[in-house]
Design a protein around this ligand. Structure first.
Ligand code: NAP
Length: 340
């Protein structure tokens, strides 16, 4: 059964991954009334257990799963898995939220950051797919929303400082192992990234494209336009991997249509949901403020001294939570309140 006494049956796909396990943790604390929870991964994880609300649930093989058992499927297992299984799940009557980039550019699929465009969920009437944006795009769009609404945005220049958890569990192991080796005087060959990540910074996230930007950088361009439904916002991104485990940081310069009133903007951030503002010389860092939290943290707001209609800001968030699992749960809560 998909629905049972106003409770819902849910599957988490990628339950043993960094995002999947956080979805499970946040589901336990969410407003969603759950009847059965199915945890799915690849065949190699069959028999593993994951804890949910003080009980242990066995992980099952995705390839053997019958999606007609659930009404909602939360995918966090990468693009290949999404392309193979999301549509099958929808055909079985399931609403799907996918964390991969497989369907984000499809104009028919809503791409949702609830603080910006939750109204797009109103169009959803039957089981269908919703895409969760890229982690760096999500936190940037939350920070851009009040600026866009009050002053309009023409151009954004952003440099990211992205933690290795953004690449999944294997990248966390690589950073820890390379760091340990280097501290013991040994050099370990990189496997996950092209260059060593320990004690380094790598300006290369996802594949290079013909225009010499990386896919990650172009995701920030294309997804921002889609989320704001505005093809005129230009996003000039440089995405950099840094040797931290959790939390992404971004240095953002925003050019606006009209001049920004900084005091008005700070007031707007102070009352915005999902945002914590650090004022004046105080500033947030990923490790001390964002990791383990659901909000987006903003500081270093200041006028760009080289441009009349531009400001600078520093934005940090937990990439696994607001950049993935929490954004998914926020969408799921809104969706479930419509369908139950
Ligand atoms: N990490 C982030 O900050 C972040 C943020 C937003 C979005 N995302 C996106 O979320 C997705 C998951 O990322 P992650 O960081 O959680 O990756 P991860 O730690 O590498 O976990 C991947 C998960 O997918 C499962 N999986 C892989 N191949 C599978 C298959 N053929 N069939 C069934 N399950 C399979 C794995 O199961 P096994 O353990 O059995 O292999 C594991 O549970 C990716 O699309 C990623 O781009 C990640």
């Amino acid at each position: 059964m998909s629905f049972e006494q106003n409770k819902i049956d849910i599957a988490v796909i990628g339950a043993t991954g960094v995002v999947g396990e956080t979805i499970i943790e946040l589901l336990a604390k969410s407003k969603i009334p759950i009847n059965e929870l199915y945890l799915l991964s690849s065949a190699k994880s069959i028999g593993r257990t994951v804890s949910f609300s003080n009980r242990q649930i066995y992980v099952e093989d995705l390839a053997e799963f019958d999606f007609s058992k659930v009404a909602l499927a939360l995918f966090a297992a990468g693009s290949e898995v999404a392309k193979k299984y999301c549509k099958k799940a929808i055909e079985k009557g399931c609403y799907v939220i996918d964390n991969s980039s497989a369907y984000r550019d499809d104009p028919k699929i809503p791409l949702i950051v609830p603080e910006v465009n939750s109204h797009k969920l109103e169009q959803i009437k039957v089981p269908s797919l919703i895409a969760n944006p890229n982690c760096s795009t999500i936190q940037m769009c939350v920070a851009l929303e009040p600026i866009y609404r009050l002053y309009g945005i023409t151009r954004v220049t952003v440099s990211t400082y992205q933690s290795v958890s953004g690449t999944g569990r294997k990248a966390i192991s690589e950073l820890v192992s390379q760091t340990t080796s280097l501290l013991n005087g040994k050099i370990e060959a990189p496997k996950v990234y092209d260059k060593p990540i320990a004690f380094n910074a790598i300006p290369h996230i996802d594949d290079f494209l013909d225009n010499e930007y990386t896919k990650e950088e172009m995701k920030m361009f294309n997804e921002t336009q889609k989320i704001f439904s505005d093809q005129e916002i230009l996003v000039n991104a440089t995405a950099v991997r840094v040797p931290t485990i959790f939390g992404h940081s971004e240095s953002i310069n925003v050019e606006t249509k009209s001049p920004v009133d900084l005091e008005q903007l700070k007031k707007e951030y102070s009352k915005a949901k999902g945002v914590k503002l650090f004022k004046n010389t105080n500033y947030p860092t990923a490790m001390t403020d964002a990791v383990g939290k659901l909000d987006v943290f903003i500081g270093r707001i200041r006028k760009d001294i080289t441009h009349q209609n531009a400001i600078n800001l520093w934005v940090v968030a937990d990439n696994v939570r607001k950049g993935g699992a929490w954004n998914t749960i926020q969408i799921a809560e809104l969706l479930v309140s419509k369908i139950l």
